[in-house]
Design a protein around this ligand. Structure first.
Ligand SMILES: Cc1cc2nc3c(=O)[nH]c(=O)nc-3n(C[C@H](O)[C@H](O)[C@H](O)COP(=O)(O)OP(=O)(O)OC[C@H]3O[C@@H](n4cnc5c(N)ncnc54)[C@H](O)[C@@H]3O)c2cc1C
Length: 412
């Protein structure tokens, strides 16, 4: 009756984790991937929580062997203020480090390992149409030679990232409640950078949090630099091959001339309109994961971790369903995912309205609070024992207000 137990659309981190888990559990899995790997995609700074998902899906050892640069924390700068988080000082006491990865290589390592474990991946093959029902799902795709073919599966997982295949086909996309922003970014070669085995992501905010720059180091002096801001600002900085962006990073005083005269490894790329929501994350015979669900904003580097979390969860529930269990997708999938996304949503909003900055750059902050916030920044946004998770909507504005009042009164 069917060709595969599960067909997965997309071989990014969400698709890789999903397919590895399902294959390990004895399901027949096909991944259909539009592009040929290695391919560029943005999203280079991981969070410690994704290590749990890579481990559980049997992919961690392959990534460990690939020699990525370790990331042990994050540094936030604004004007002359600095706040550094070390993942070893966190409340949730789970993974204390992760990696910064060139995604072309990272995603290829994952896809290669998934294939080594026995998953079939059709590259250079694009899903064109999907019809779903309670029993059989039909996936129509264009193969490498341009022929249109159809395959049947018991379940479909949409891990198509920015392609958002099922949200497009089933009209599931919704506008985001996060203001539309964009980004312009490139990779540079810093010949004089002192190579360390580990380095943190650096985030510089400016123009009252309206814009910020990321710096993400990779091995061999390669560094990712990007600017995020409102769409008009980004279009302006990206015009004429990113001329204004190049000037910004080479003259920006807080970068201490770090990027003066460094060669760009590719012309700056621009991405706009990435914040998007979704009406539902599942339906008869399918589930969405990764960026096919909701994507908020890059500020807290949450995208890949949400992709691996949702990829793993979708795979677990699909496995149960295929084995005859009744699965409550709303309660056990969508509601759980939304809980984590909503935590990040509060922090993203607090970043742009300035409340989070008031806490980060306060003259002093309770070490216990800092550790609890650090666990959110490490991706442990489902740990309800952490007050900075559980009370995410109120705790940041209240704490920001208390800090403001104390600082005005000169008490801190
Ligand atoms: C400016 C910016 C900076 C970011 N920085 C970070 C960061 O530092 N850290 C972080 O974790 N996240 C970051 N992100 C988010 C990150 O890019 C995504 O969340 C992440 O890549 C999602 O993974 P995924 O597996 O869902 O999708 P993807 O990685 O996009 O993979 C989806 C795959 O599906 C394939 N596909 C698409 N359409 C089809 C089709 N029709 N048929 C078959 N295959 C298809 C694509 O070719 C692709 O390979 C950033 C995002 C932006 C916009």
């Amino acid at each position: 009756m069917v060709d595969y137990d599960v067909i997965i659309i997309g071989a990014g981190p969400a698709g890789a984790v999903s397919s590895a888990y399902l294959n390990n559990k004895g399901n027949s899995v096909l991944v259909i991937e539009k592009q040929i790997f290695p391919r560029f995609v943005i999203g280079e700074s991981l969070l410690p929580h994704c290590m749990d998902h890579l481990e559980e899906s049997g992919l961690l050892d392959a990534v460990k062997k690939a020699g990525f640069k370790k990331k042990k924390g994050a540094i936030f700068n604004s004007e002359n203020k600095k706040c550094e988080f070390s993942f070893s000082e966190q409340y949730s006491k789970e993974w204390e480090w992760t990696w910064q990865v060139e995604r072309a290589k990272f995603d290829q390592v994952l896809a290669q390992e998934v294939q080594n474990q026995g998953v079939e991946i059709k590259f250079n093959t694009s899903v064109k149409n999907v019809s779903c029902s309670s029993t059989i799902q039909e996936v129509e795709y264009e193969d490498e030679g341009g022929d249109i073919k159809t395959l049947k599966a018991k379940f479909v997982i949409d891990a198509s990232g920015y392609g958002r295949v099922l949200p497009r086909l089933f009209k599931l996309s919704e506008p985001s409640d996060i203001e539309a922003r964009g980004s312009v970014f490139t990779h540079v070669l810093e010949n004089s950078r002192q190579e360390k085995g580990e380095e943190n992501i650096i985030v510089h905010s400016f123009e009252n949090n309206k814009a910020w720059i990321w710096i993400i180091p990779f091995p061999g002096g390669r560094t990712s630099v990007g600017l995020v801001g409102e769409e008009d600002l980004i279009k302006d900085y990206a015009e004429n091959n990113g001329e204004k962006f190049k000037k910004l990073i080479s003259t920006f005083e807080w970068l201490n001339e770090r990027f003066v005269d460094v060669p760009l490894l590719f012309d700056p790329k621009m991405i706009l309109g990435y914040s998007v929501g979704v009406k539902q994350m599942h339906g008869e015979g399918y589930a969405l994961c990764g960026n096919s669900t909701e994507f908020l904003d890059p500020i807290f580097s949450s995208g890949v971790t949400l992709a691996t979390f949702t990829g793993l969860k979708a795979a677990k529930l699909a496995h149960q369903q295929i084995n005859g269990d009744t699965v409550n997708w709303q309660r056990d999938y969508e509601d759980v995912i939304k809980k984590g996304i909503d935590v990040f949503r509060s922090y993203v909003k607090a970043w742009y309205n300035g409340d989070f900055g008031k806490i980060l750059f306060a003259k002093s902050i309770e070490p216990q609070f800092k550790n609890q916030i650090c666990s959110v920044l490490a991706g442990y946004v489902w740990d309800q024992s952490n007050p900075f998770v559980k009370k995410h909507k109120t705790i940041i504005p209240v704490l920001a207000k208390v800090i403001s009042i104390k600082e005005k009164a000169g008490k801190n």
